[in-house]
Ligand binder design. Structure first.
Ligand SMILES: [Zn+2]
Length: 85
């Protein structure tokens, strides 16, 4: 297991550790994924933010940065861990 920060809300998100985890753990423990855009850029987004991207077309880097502008960084609830990993 590993974790990565969402590029939009900055929440730290658990991700499956590797390709071997994919089928066993992908839906249980992965809370985000890397979005590859058609222009070749990549962003790591949690599912919450992913759902807020436009669904009627391919999202662009501008959509991601728009969404980031509209999103306040999430404060970890309770037992905060800072910059995990
Ligand atoms: Zn997010």
């Amino acid at each position: 297991m590993a974790s990565e920060s969402c590029d939009v809300c900055e929440r730290s998100v658990r991700i499956a550790g590797g390709i071997g985890d994919l089928w066993n753990f992908a839906f249980e423990s992965t809370q985000g994924l890397t979005l590859e855009l058609t222009d070749g850029s990549e962003f790591f987004l949690c599912f919450d933010c992913m759902e807020r991207l436009p669904e009627d077309r391919e999202p662009t880097a501008e959509d991601v940065s728009d969404l980031r502008d509209r999103t306040d960084p999430v404060e970890e609830d309770g037992n905060a861990f800072w910059h995990w990993g």
